[in-house]
Every structure is written in C-alpha cells, then in structure tokens.
Design a binder for this molecule. Sequence first.
Ligand code: SAM
Length: 381
Amino acid sequence: MKASLTLFERSLQLVRYPEHLQHPSWQAWDAADEYIIEYLQERPERAKAQGLRIYNDDFGALTCWFAKQKPTWISDSYVALRSCQDNLALNNINSQQVTFCSSMDTITTPTELVLLKIPKTTALLEQQLIDLQDSVGPQTLIIAAAKASAIQKSTLVLFEKYLGITTTSLAKKKARLVFCQPSGKLKHQSPYPTHWFSESPKFELSNHANVFARQQLDIGARFMLQHLPKSNGKTLIDLGCGNGVLGLSILYKYPDAKVIFVDESYMALASAKENLQRNLPEALPRCEFLISNCLDEFLNQTERSTVDIVLCNPPFHQQNAITDHIALQMFSDAKKALVKGGELVVVGNRHLDYPVKLKRLFNSAKQSATNQKFSIFTAIK
Ligand code: SAM
C-alpha cells in the first residue's frame, strides 16, 4: 500500500518492499523518521553538513527526504535496499545521488552528520558505532532515533563508550532523538564476530553482529539438525541461512550434495561463507551464496535450474514487526524453486499454523518430527 509522508508542505510516496505482501496498515516510516526530519528542517545549516551518512533506514524514508545531500546509505538488509530503491524511483529521485553500502563494507571517508535509526539488535548498533570511530570527530554530529521505549540507559552507554558525549531529546509521538558528539579519540576493537562450537560435528561457527543465534545454536535449528533430510547427490537451498549451520551440516554429511545459501542479511551471508571456509573449505565448490529477499533473486535468474530440497527455519519478524508474511513468501517461493517431487522442510514452533499454510500451497504436507516445542513439516511439490 502506498502512503504519503507529508511534512513542511512536502510529500513523499512510500511503500514497503515487497509491496504486494505487506499488511495494508503498515507504514514505510515511523515517528522517529519524522522527528529527525523535523529537527533538521528547523536547523537547515546542520542539514547541509558534508558526508551525510544514513544508517538502518529500513524503507528509505530518510534517504528519499535527504537525497539532495548525496547521502551514503548503510544497512545490513537487502530488503531495506530494495525498499529504498523502490521509493527513490516512486518519488522520481535519481538513485545515483545515493551511495549504497552494506554493513560489511568499510567506510572511512569523514562525515559531519550521521543519521542512525537504532536497530533492533544491540550488537548491530555496537558494531556500527565501532565502525563510525574511523570517520567521525568533534566536527561530527550523530543523530540517532527510535521509539522512546527502545532507548535504554544501556543504549546511551554504548554511544558514550564508543564515540563521546551523548544526550537525548524529549519524546515526541513516543519517539526520541539521541545526540552524540564524538570526541574522535576513542578506538575500540570490535567484539564481533562472535564464535561458538556446534556439538556433532564440532564446527566453529563465526557470527557477525546482526546474525540470528549469534551466541549459540537456535533450538529450532538444533531439532532440524537431528532430522536432516536424506540428501545424497541432491541440490538444496538453505533459505534464511543465518550463519549457515544447516547447509554446512548437509555438506558435511552428504559429500556429493550442493547447497545454495540464501539470506537477506549481508552479515548472515558473510558469516555463512566464512563458516564454510573455516570448517569445510573442500565443500566450497559445492556452494553458492545469494543475497535475496526470500527466493526473489534465485527465481529471477534467467538460466536457473530447479532444486531438490529447500531447508527453512523461517523468521517471524521484519525489523520490529512480528509477521508471518516472510515465512509465507518463503514457502511459495520454495514451491516455485523445487523440482516436481522436491521437498520443502520447515522447522517451526508447534503453536504456529505452518501446516495449514503449507497444505494450502502444496499437494501434501506432513509433520515429519515433533518434540515438546518444535515440529518439522515436510511438504512435497
Ligand atoms: N537458518 C539459520 C538457523 O537455523 O540458525 C537462521 C534461521 S533465522 C530463524 C531466519 C533467517 O532468515 C535469518 O538469518 C534472517 O536474516 C533471514 N531472513 C529474514 N527475512 C528474510 C527475507 N526476507 N529473505 C531472506 N532471508 C530472510
């Protein structure tokens, strides 16, 4: 659904990507975006600062608004990238004005103004504050923003620890701004990626800051590992691969299987690749790594083949919203990617209604394993 963000007699049409799958009540901007825009509109001399950086602009509202300042856009999310690009096009803004960088890029050009939407994952915020240390100084103002309830004392402590003096604004429409004045003198090593060991086989798993299950194996994934499908000679997709633990285990157990690792998080995909290189380098020729919203980029390939199995431990939120629309797109994309007779294997919390959704899409879907908390469903095309 398109909606207009109207402020200071200027309007932007904004959508969330992928537009056709979004709930009609969801907006592509929030009160924190409005607060940043209002703050800078009232202080035009600040908005003219050099080297504008915009972090975690989930749907591109800030990038569209400040496009004339030629911002650098930084995010860990491919869905955010696609949203931003769609919204620039929708508002006839030349996307060449924006430099797009992923969270895995190193950026050291100096900046005088940083706009940062505080991400859901504290570790990602911490990594981004560390990344900023190389390009900020007393000439830089950092304006961060979020729902007031998401800004804890511990959040402000991170800004102070990594950058410099930090203050906050009053709350407006339940959003708050954080102002940070970097000293330019602080230099810290990043505690990321973090590492943990899987049990059997014993892999060392490396996890960049925004990776799901960064500190330990997810319990859903643990259950899936006990019930991996027979994959001799098969081509699989590890859909929403995170650090790649599922695909890595398949490649270890089935030395002639191939795995395509897919995730929308740049940090996840980088972690999955590093984990292959570290634990099973001989399997790299049997791997592909694809950044994508669900299977969009796989299905868009002109010369694509089908796959035999899709493994999926689906996400249940997009940024801060709890949703099953991503899981549903994953299931329907998996059906398109599978060969006739191929299997989609899904692990999920028992209370979720995945079986109903799978039965609607596939001819047959059965529960292939269950424990007190999780079930595994196998749907055959
Ligand atoms: N497979 C890993 C495991 O079992 O530990 C991670 C599973 S985690 C529940 C879901 C994964 O889906 C996350 O890595 C997340 O980044 C990814 N994801 C979320 N939205 C996505 C989307 N629209 N397209 C592709 N991947 C997505």
